[in-house]
Structure formats: structure tokens, C-alpha cells
Write a new protein. Structure first.
Length: 304
């Protein structure tokens, strides 16, 4: 199964990947990833997903936690969380390949009504485990379906539902189940996270975020940290800094322009906090990242 899935992912990714190694598929939420070399550190705020690695290795860091995993493993993310990731094993003879599935709370919500799964408590939002056979089987059939375009409109919805079913039926069922319960702590916190994402450059009062989540400020603060591993203000700060870094790398913005654009009123404060998160002040970090990109082939970016 593993070798057959690798062949299917390799064929599609090699044929369709863009310059960043990302090969989006016609199936909603399904993306194949390819990288021919180890990557630099990538900073992103990830949405709920499962990444199935079929060749190579990757490292993901969430706060002080580090996850190293490779072929045959899957990484599950059950909340919007800031992560640092890096492809650690890939070369021209054995590129890194993975499949990424975005988790759909609407599909999960419908399945929860049909399945008897105990509600899980808030737990670590990132975990790594061996890929379950049923998940790998659905993944393979999805990749094969890409070769039958006329069948996609008829069968893709059923396969997406089946993938979510096997994940709910497996070891991560209780944690994933919370994504499908409208009033679970996970979904309530997600409403506040959506507000932070849309207005990250503006000052946000805890009371407003708590209201969006339908909680008291003290209860909201407690559950937000349990779900994301960060306080709301820490989450907003990391989101601002990640966006500022993207602006400098992708758009050529100066440090001062990026700082003001993401909501900072003080460039020195921005520089200090940027250095603490990324390990170097903005100018040095961007210069190093551009040099690294110019001296090696481009690889996949972000939480893929």
C-alpha cells in the first residue's frame, strides 16, 4: 500500500507541482507536495488538517514541542496554530512527497450525528502517529480518481466523507469530533481565531473575542490557551510577525512598512519581537532567507 501510494503521489506531484512544490488537485481540500531538497524554516498559522508523508522526513515545532516524522507517518492538526516547519530529508533521487487533507468541520458535524464517538477534551493541537491503513487506502483511491476526471463530480464527495469517517473512527476520533460540534470549546475558540485572523492588524479587546466565542473573558482565556497553546495576545502577535515576514519576502516591503502594516506602532518593538520569534532581526533574516532560496531549488512552503 505504501509503495503504491508513493507512486501515485509522485506521478501527480511531478506533473502538477508549481515552483513552490505545491500540486493542488481538483478534489476540494486535497493537495500533493513535492520537495527536491531540505527546506529552510517555514512559519505559518495552520488550519486543521492531516498531512500524510509518503517519502522523506519533516520536522514541525509548536512552541517548545518538536515533532520529527517521515514516510508512513501522519501529522494531525486540530486547531489554528502557529507552527514552524522544515523538510529535513529530501534530495533529487528521493524527493519529499506528502498529501495534505484539509479537515472540513461541516463534514465532521454531519458524521458525528451518525457515529457514537465519545467527546474528547481539549488536547495538544498537533500530534504525529503512523498512518492508519484505512486512511492510506482512501488516499490511494483519491489519487487514482484524479485519472478519471469524468468520475470526479460523482465520487469525490463520497471519498471526502469516507476519509473523515475513518479519521473519526480511528485513534484521533475524539479530538477530531470536537471540530464538528458547533458549541464545543474547539469550535468556539475557532470563531475567535477567525476574528483575530481577519483583524490581526487592529487592537483586539479580550472581551470582544470572548463574546465571539460565547464565553466569559476568564473562561475564554483558559480554553483559548488549551486549544492553541498560546494566549490570544500571543496568537495575534505571532500572526502579525508571520504576515510581516511574508510581506518582506514576497512583496519586498521594508521592515518599517511591514511593521506598520501589521499593526505595530513602534519599529524598534517590532524588531525586538521579530528577532525573538525568527532568531534574527528583520533585515538579516530576510537577507539570509533570500540567499538560501537563490542557492537551492525552490521547495514547498508553509504548513504543507
Amino acid at each position: 500500500m505504501t509503495e503504491t501510494l508513493l507512486q501515485a503521489v509522485r506521478f501527480y506531484a511531478d506533473s502538477h507541482a508549481n515552483a513552490d512544490g505545491v500540486a493542488r488537485t481538483p478534489i476540494p481540500g486535497l493537495t500533493a507536495i513535492r520537495a527536491g531538497t531540505p527546506s529552510e524554516l517555514q512559519y505559518a498559522v495552520s488550519r486543521p488538517l492531516i498531512a500524510v508523508v509518503v517519502q522523506g522526513r519533516k520536522r514541525v515545532m509548536l512552541g517548545k514541542q518538536t515533532f520529527d516524522f517521515g514516510a508512513g507517518d501522519s501529522m494531525l492538526i486540530t486547531a489554528d496554530v502557529p507552527t514552524v516547519s522544515q523538510i529535513t530529508a529530501a534530495d533529487a533521487n528521493a524527493p519529499y512527497y506528502s498529501l495534505v487533507f484539509d479537515l472540513d468541520p461541516t463534514v465532521i458535524e454531519a458524521l458525528v450525528l451518525d457515529m457514537n464517538i465519545a467527546q474528547g477534551e481539549s488536547s495538544a493541537p498537533v500530534r504525529v502517529d503512523p498512518t492508519e491503513a484505512e486512511v492510506a487506502d482512501v488516499a490511494l483511491r483519491m489519487m487514482r480518481l484524479l485519472n478519471r476526471p469524468s468520475a470526479l463530480p460523482v465520487l469525490q464527495a463520497d471519498m471526502i466523507r469516507e476519509l473523515h469517517f475513518w479519521m473519526l473512527a480511528g485513534r484521533h476520533g475524539p479530538a477530531i469530533r470536537n471540530l464538528g460540534i458547533v458549541e464545543s470549546h474547539t469550535r468556539r475558540v475557532a470563531r475567535a481565531v477567525a476574528l483575530i485572523r481577519s483583524e490581526y492588524a487592529r487592537p483586539l479587546r479580550i472581551e470582544r473575542l470572548a463574546e465571539a466565542a460565547g464565553m466569559s473573558p476568564s473562561t475564554f482565556h483558559q480554553h483559548f490557551r488549551a486549544v492553541t497553546q498560546l494566549s490570544p495576545l500571543q496568537f495575534q502577535k505571532q500572526l502579525r510577525l508571520i504576515e510581516a515576514r511574508r510581506m518582506m519576502l514576497s512583496e519586498g516591503a521594508s521592515a518599517s512598512i511591514a511593521a506598520y502594516a501589521v499593526g505595530y506602532e513602534s519599529v524598534p518593538q517590532f524588531t525586538r519581537e521579530y528577532g525573538r520569534l525568527f532568531g534574527a532581526p528583520p533585515v538579516r533574516d530576510i537577507r539570509f532567507s533570500r540567499a538560501a532560496t537563490e542557492t537551492s531549488p525552490r521547495t514547498s512552503r508553509g504548513m504543507r
